[in-house]
Design a protein around this ligand. Sequence first.
Ligand code: GCB
Length: 734
Amino acid sequence: MRNITLLNKDWKFVKSAETASAALAAQGEAVTLPHTWNAKDGQDGGNDYYRGTCWYTKELNVPTLSEDEEAWLEFTGAAMTADVYVNGEKLAHHEGGYSTFRVNITEYLKEENELAVSVDNSDNDRVYPQKADFTFYGGLYREVNLLIVPKAHFALGYAGGPGIKVTPEIEGNNAKVTVETWTEGPAKTVTFSVDGQCAEAEVKDGMACAVFTLENVHLWNGVEDPYLYTMKAALDSGDEISTRFGCRTIAFDPNEGFFLNGKSYPLRGVSRHQDRLGVGNALTKEMHEEDLDIIMEMGANTIRLAHYQHAQFFYDLCDERGIITWAEIPYITQHMPNGRENTLSQMKELVVQNYNHPCIVCWGLSNEISASGGVTDDLLENHRLLNDLCHSLDKTRPTTMAHVFMLEIESPLVNLPDIASYNLYFGWYLGELPQNDSFFDEYHEKYPDRCIGFSEYGADANAAYQSSAPERGDYTESYQVVYHDHIINMIEARPFMWATHVWNMFDFAADGRDEGGKNGQNQKGLVTMDRKLKKDAFYVYKAHWSKEPFVHVCGSRYVDRAEEVTEVKVYSNQPQVTLFVDGEEKETKSGKYLFTFEVPLSGEHEITAKSGDLSDSIKVRKVAEPNMAYQFGEKGGVVNWFDKEDFKPGYFSIKDTLGVLKSHPVAGAIVNKLMDGASAKRGDVAESVKDNPALQKMMAAMSLESMLKQAGDAVTEEQVKQLNAALQQIPKAE
Ligand code: GCB
C-alpha cells in the first residue's frame, strides 16, 4: 500500500521573508493550491510582473509512522526553483519550474510539523527559461502530495520519475513488453501483472525486470482507438504502483511524413501554452480537459506541448484520447553557458517522468536557441550532450528541435537532432506568405533524406478588429483567416512534413508584449485566452481536419460594412453550401472547405449559410463610413502610402522585391544606401542580419514596400514617396 494525500489546502502565502522561520511567523495570505503570484501582473503588460522569492507555509499533519515507513513530499510544479524546509531544516533544492521532484522527510518529522517552501522565479543565468515570449509565472502552481510508503518501495528519489519503465515492442500480431522497476530500501521481490498475466522478479542492485508477451495485441492507434494497457508492480514490502502504457509503432519518413502502426498518419495540429486568463498557470483539471476538448473539436491530432514540461494530467489525457504530442524543455531563445547542467537535469526529468506515455513521440531539445547569440561551439556541445542523454534514456523516440527561421539550413545545428523542424513567420513578422512554401520546397530538395517539420507559424488577431481588405500586420481576425487558409493549403500540398503545429491554439500571456490592442498578450491563438471565443481561423482548420459536420460563416463580429458588395467566407467540411440573405435563397456552391460569396449590401441583413440541416448566420449592416472601432490604431496597424495609380508600369518601384532591385546597378545602389543607413542606426541586430546569408536570401524575396512597412515610425511617408519617385525614374528594361 502506498498512502497518498493531496496537500492543496490550508497554505499560507508570504510574499517576502528572509528565512523559513520568518515566513512561518509572518501574517501572510491564505491560499489553496494550485497558486501563482503572477495571475494578474503576469498578464497585464509592462513586463513588470513580480519575479522574486515567495514563501508557502503549512502545518503538516503526518500520521505516526511505523519503523517500517517513510514519508515523502511530492511537488509536481514549483516555478522556477524551490527550497523545501521541514521544521526549519532545509531538505531539498530544485531547479526547474515544470517537473516533479520529491523529498524524503522521514528523519525530520516531529509530533507537530511545519512545512515551508521558498519558491523563486527571479532572473539568473542558470535556470531556463530566462528569455522567451511568455510570462514566467512563479508559484506552487501544481499539486503537492504527501506519500507514506514502506521503507522498501519503488524509487521516489530518481529524477522525479515513477520508478517504473515499460517498453513495448511490436512483433507481428504480438507485443513484447519489457518492464523495469527501480527500488529504494530493502526490497526483495516484485510481482508484475498485465492483462491477466503475472510474473515475479528478484530485486538485484535496486532493480527488477520482466518481459511479457501480449498476444494479438490491441494497439494504441491514435484518435481512432487509443487503447491503453495497465502494468502493475507490487513489492513484497506491500508497496504498489501502476502505469498505463500503449503498444504502437512510430516511424518518420523524409518523403511521406509520420507513420503510426505502419500507416501514414499526417501529424496536423497546434501548440499549446498552459496558461489562461485570470489564473495564469495554476490550472484546474477541468481547465486542462476543456483545452483538449477545444483542440479536438477542431480536429487536430497532435499537440506541441510548448515550451516546457506540461502537467502529467495533460499527458494522461492525450494518452486517453489518442493525441500525439511533442514534449520539450524550456531551453529557449538564448543559450546560457552557465545553464548546461540545468538543460541536462530538466531533460532527464522530462524523459524519466514521461517515458511511459504513448502519446509522446519525440523529445524537443530546444526552441529557437540560436535566435540571440547565433550558433556557438558551446551551444553545439550542449545540444550534443542533450541529444546523447535522450538517446541513452530512451531508445524508442527521436529527438527534435524547433529552429528559428534565420538559422541557415546548412548549419550543423539543423541536423543535430534526429528530425528537424522550423518555426517560420513569413506573412506575419516579415516576408510574404509564399515564402513559407518555397522555404520547405528548397529544404526538401536540398535534403531529400532528412525529415522536416513545421513547428510554429501564426499571425496575431484581436477579434475586435475586422477588415474587408485584410493585410499583414493589421491584427484583424480577417487577416488571420487569410494567413491560415494559405498555410493549410500549402501544408496539404507537402505531405513530406512530419508534423505541423499552429502557433498557437490559445492566446497566452507574454507580459513584455503590447500590440494589437492588448497589452500583455500574444494573440496568435485561434481561441482567446479565456477560451470563450473561437476566432474565425479556428474554422479554417475545423473544415480541413474535423469529421464533425458543420458550417461556419466568418465575420460575425464584422457588422458595420462600408462597401457596396461584401465578401462572405463560409468554412465547412460539407461538399455544398447554400447562401441565404434575409431568408431568401441566393446561391449554392460546391467545393472544399472554403465557400466564398459576394453579397450586395443595402441596409441590415441576415446572412445564413446552410448545408443540409446545418446552418450558421451572421448579421451585417451597410454603413456610409468604415467603423473605426474595427481598426487597430489610427492606421489600422498597416500603412498605405500610395494609391494604385501612383505606379508607372515598366519602371522600378517600392513594390519590387529587394532581389530584383539589387540586381540593377542604379536601383541597387539606392537600396543599399538606404539599408546601410538603417543598419547604422539600429546597432548590432541589424549588423548581424546583414551578415546572415539565410536572412539575406529571404529578404531578397520580400518587396521593398513590405520591408519599409516593418520599419514602422523609422521611415516617414515623405521619405517613402521620395524613394519611390527615385525608383520610378529607372526603366526596368535597362
Ligand atoms: C516564436 C517562439 C514563440 C513565440 C512566437 C511568436 O518563434 O518560439 O515562443 O511566442 O515565435 O509569437 O513570436
